[in-house]
Structure formats: C-alpha cells, structure tokens
Design a protein around this ligand. Structure first.
Ligand SMILES: [Zn+2]
Length: 271
C-alpha cells in the first residue's frame, strides 16, 4: 500500500519550471528517488504538508504512469530531438568536412596549375632568349690566339677576326640564328687564305664567318639556331696552327669585318 503526496507533485512542479534540457535529464532519477521515499513512509508528512490531497495508487503505483505522462512524453521528445539534432549536426559536420577537403583539393590543384603555367612561361622565355640570343662559336675551353686588328706578317692590313686556338676537330657553333649563305673550300668564295669556311646571315643585318675548318657540316640555305654545330675546326688555308678564325661582317664578303669580340660582348656574350 503506497500513497502519493501532493508534496512530491509540488516538488515536480519546481522541476518543470526548468526550461533547459537539464530538466529532462534531471527529472527521471530525482522523481524516482522522491517517489521511493514517499512509498517507504513519508506519506503522513506529505499529507500534512500538502494540505490533505492524496490518492491511493495501489500496490504497484507509479508516479509516472498516470499524472506525468505528458512530462515523460516531453522527455522522450527532448531526447529524440537531441538525438536528431546530434545526427543532423554530424551530417552537417560531415558535409562541411567534405566541402573543406574538396576546397583544399581544388585550391591545391589551382596552385599546382599556376605553378606549372609559371614554369612553362619561364621555360618559354628562356627558350626564346636562347633562340634569340648569341653564344660563342666555341663552347668550352679555348685560347684567344689573335684578336681583331692585330698586326702581323700573316695579315695585309691587320687581323680581320678573332682566333680561338683549339685542337682540330673541335665543334664550331653558329653564334646566332640565321641562314647559311656561304659554305665550302677556297674560303667559301673569299679566297684560299681562309681554307674551308662558312658564312651565316643573321636577321640584324650582320654576318658571322668561320674559317680554317677541317670539315664543313652545313650547306647554303640551311637554317641554323644559336649554338647549332655547323663545322669542325681545323688548320686549312693560311693558318699557323689549329684554330678557328671567326669574323663578324656587315656584308657576306671579305673586307667588311668589325671587331667580333666587342660585337659579342655587346650582345651579352662573355668572350
Ligand atoms: Zn684569324
């Protein structure tokens, strides 16, 4: 036989005044505890304190079974809401994390693309600079054996070019892009003193000439780029030893030479 006192109900009323989710968490255990106390023997005190309103609930009376179904239902709803909210939050976070990850991938792809484009542009610029640039006719080691304007019994009116002393068979390269306009023996038409020779016309109006060659490797009409191999050096013609005789001319022909070392230095070439 147990009694339920209005004192307990009043107390519950205090809890229902709580509005946060704590209410639903705190409600169940505290009510059960209170109910247990009342069932054991506080019935009289509760009756006195509560003003005499009490009802018998039978041997298996449950405080929650009848009068507080609404609160229990609310509790369940709050729990369900919390659970739903939690699921929703998880889903939102998953979506946000996915979006963040996709954004990071997209940003990296964009950065990679920008870097690749920058490199391609730099490579293109370097290639253009190289293609439009000037180089020495001999790459690697050489000795300057005679410079432009040198006096000597080998030249009637001063040396018309720049000599690079190198072993016979050294690769000779075009100093700039251009078109081969002379190639062959007898100084390619300029006379036997030059031996085998090549003359290349460049777009800026100058001509480069290469002489005393052992082997000519291009033909008239060939297009060449800066650094392209055109011949092997030698000791043909009026030569005192293996070397490349190199001229820069203002025409294809002998007699129009300018100082080739100064010319190349003006083009940024270290001679
Ligand atoms: Zn020379």
């Amino acid at each position: 036989m147990a009694f339920e006192g209005t004192g307990a109900v009043t107390h519950i009323g205090g809890f229902t005044g709580m509005s946060s989710t704590n209410q639903s968490r705190a409600l169940l255990p505290r009510l059960r505890s209170r109910a247990g106390t009342l069932t054991i023997g506080a019935c009289a005190a509760a009756l006195l304190a509560g003003g005499g309103v009490a009802q018998a609930t039978g041997g298996n009376g449950d405080l929650f079974a009848s009068g507080h179904a609404t609160e229990l239902s609310q509790h369940a709803k709050v729990q369900a809401d919390l659970q739903q909210r939690s699921v929703t939050e998880d889903a939102k976070q998953a979506v946000a994390a996915k979006a963040e990850s996709e954004q990071a991938v997209a940003e990296k792809a964009a950065a990679d693309k920008a870097a690749a484009e920058k490199k391609a542009a730099a490579d293109k610029a370097a290639a253009e600079k190289k293609a439009n640039g000037w180089v020495t006719p001999i790459s690697g080691g050489y000795t300057i054996s005679a410079t432009f304007g040198n006096d000597g019994n080998r030249w009637a009116a001063g040396h018309s070019g720049q000599d690079f002393a190198v072993p016979t068979g050294t690769a000779v390269k075009s100093v700039h892009k251009g078109t081969v306009v002379k190639a062959g023996g007898n100084g390619a038409g300029d006379g036997p003193a030059y031996g085998n020779a090549v003359v290349i016309r460049h777009a800026d109006g100058h001509y480069s000439q290469y002489a005393h060659l052992s082997t000519v490797q291009v033909s008239v009409g060939d297009e060449v780029k800066a650094g392209d191999q055109i011949a092997l050096s030698g000791n043909t013609g009026n030569s005192s030893g293996p070397h490349l005789h190199f001229e820069i001319r203002t025409t294809p022909d002998f007699g129009s030479a300018v100082d080739p070392a100064n010319f190349l230095r003006d083009k940024g070439v270290d001679v």
